[in-house]
Write a protein that binds this ligand. Structure first.
Ligand SMILES: Cc1cc2nc3c(=O)[nH]c(=O)nc-3n(C[C@H](O)[C@H](O)[C@H](O)COP(=O)(O)OP(=O)(O)OC[C@H]3O[C@@H](n4cnc5c(N)ncnc54)[C@H](O)[C@@H]3O)c2cc1C
Length: 457
């Protein structure tokens, strides 16, 4: 009966028919396939959904934008080529920014996230510097759960992303279209027309949160694939790794041969461990580094790593991905569009953290969209406020991280500093603040400050 009604509705449609997204929902995948294979497919292809905002990609950036728009009742559609839950190549470590911005959207959302995804709370970082100097650095010194926020999480991305998408599904109205891949984006008079595998969508404003793997043509500029501003990374899951930190510290190995990249070991719930290695793309290409081979070699033979993997079991296959590193020079908005998350190159160049920044940018993009509809202004000049706000919130951190990463290119100097730093009373506090306090991170780039610290003054 349901099929029949939809079928009949399509037969009655005129050649081009626009319906507001809040008033109508595309039929389910099964029904769509039925229609496409039927003699009426030409009618289906002429069908256009019309909405105020279209978000491409339901990863952290897109999903956060959707939830923030929903709060202000702005009509929107969010499309993703995948079905959720889906696997996502990631290190699965989330900084304190993640709970912070989720709580800002809604404290109840953070509670539901904790309840449904059961993330592991992580309290710090174990740094292993060249020469195998080990520094244990808590995210927050003298952590007290009663007064301090959650310092950081580790959780499978599959769970986080599926949770966010489920929250969108639970909103009133039909906003989400999965198994819906965007093929092209074209400009039209008052916005954009998207051609997708599920039909056409017309939107007054576009938020492109399609990550790094999207390849559809767009009529606006996107940050180019500069090798110096991209990192390549491989990650694998293991079970049975021994001697994990009792406060779930994540472990970063800044080893001489892979600087300015690092090898990581991140603990996950249920005894799972995420292991990986990430290095800047220009260095990978120049030195012809095989990331998987280097990762295996570290696991097999590094004196601090190999004994802990003796009885460990590889779960599934290792997988590789790109990290688009932050670059404040790129323009990430323009006439009626904004880029968010990885599509805007917002991964921290030092730590490789992208999820927190993706959530922040999705949140800020949605607030900019709300301003646009309030004032009915969508032109390039007005949209520039989005770039400015992203720069204000994330720009300083990005440029300090970028300078830090450049400094790590000199292995001998890093090794020398690490040797001097071993046993130094200032170092753990300083490194802790490097991740939580920007001014300290900036100070660490000042040679005079470093000399004073190394002299233990
Ligand atoms: C190996 C590796 C390890 C990492 N480790 C960490 C870490 O430990 N912590 C951290 O914070 N960050 C990490 N990152 C970075 C982090 O994964 C990204 O920054 C984050 O996923 C960005 O979120 P996003 O929403 O911008 O993009 P994505 O999560 O990539 O979402 C984009 C979405 O767009 C959809 N899409 C793409 N093309 C289309 C299309 N044509 N039509 C419709 N939908 C489309 C995709 O299906 C996808 O769901 C890591 C990255 C890699 C590669």
């Amino acid at each position: 009966m349901n099929y029949y009604l939809q079928f009949t509705a399509y037969r009655l449609l005129p050649t081009v028919y626009c319906l507001p997204s809040t008033a109508y929902r595309l039929p389910s995948t099964v029904n769509r396939q039925l229609l496409i294979s039927s003699q009426y497919s030409f009618l289906y292809l002429c069908f256009v959904l019309s909405t105020e905002v279209c978000i491409i990609g339901a990863g952290p950036a897109g999903a956060m934008a959707a939830l923030r728009l929903a709060k202000d009742n702005i009509p929107f559609l969010i499309v993703d080529r995948d079905e959720f839950p889906r696997e996502k190549i990631c290190g699965d470590a989330l900084s304190g920014k993640v709970p912070h911005i989720i709580r800002r959207l809604s404290p109840e959302l953070l509670e539901r996230f904790e309840e449904k995804c059961n993330p592991m709370h992580s309290f710090g970082i174990r740094f292993i510097a060249p020469g195998d100097h080990v520094f244990d650095v808590p995210f927050i010194e003298n952590y007290d759960a009663a007064i301090h926020p959650v310092p950081g999480y580790t959780v499978r991305r599959e769970l986080l992303d599926a949770f966010m998408v489920e929250e969108i599904k639970n909103l009133a109205g039909d906003h989400l279209h999965t198994s819906c891949a965007v093929n092209t984006v074209e400009r039209v008079d008052d916005g954009f027309m998207l051609d997708t595998t599920a039909g056409k969508i017309r939107a007054k404003l576009l938020i492109d949160a399609s990550g790094t793997t999207a390849s559809f043509p767009v009529p606006y500029d996107k940050p180019g694939p500069s090798a110096k501003k991209t990192a390549l990374a491989v990650r694998a899951y293991y079970k049975g790794v021994t001697d994990m930190h009792d406060q779930n510290f994540i472990e970063l190995y800044f080893l001489e041969d892979i600087l300015p990249g690092y090898f990581w070991i991140f603990p996950l719930p249920d005894g799972l461990v995420n292991v990986g290695i990430g290095i800047r793309k220009d260095i990978v290409l120049k030195k012809k580094i095989n990331l998987s081979a280097v990762m295996d070699e570290i696991i097999r033979s590094h004196p601090l790593v190999a004994p802990r993997f003796r009885d460990a079991e590889l779960m599934g296959k290792p997988a590789a991905g790109k990290l688009p590193l932050g670059n404040p020079k790129f323009r990430i908005s323009g006439d009626r569009y904004m880029l968010a998350g990885d599509a805007a190159h917002l991964v921290d160049p030092l730590t490789g953290e992208g999820v927190g920044n993706a959530l922040y940018s999705g949140f800020i993009a949605a607030e900019q969209a709300i301003e646009c509809f309030d004032s009915q202004l969508f032109a390039d000049k007005f949209m520039n406020a989005y770039d400015k706000r992203i720069k204000r919130v994330l720009g300083k951190e990005m440029s300090i991280s970028s300078n830090f990463q450049k400094m790590l290119k000199y292995p001998r100097m890093v090794k020398w500093i690490a040797k001097k730093a071993d046993g130094n009373k200032h170092i753990p506090g300083l490194m802790s603040s490097m991740f939580t306090d920007l001014d300290h991170r900036k100070k660490l780039l000042n040679p005079l400050f470093i000399i004073r610290v190394l002299l233990n003054r």
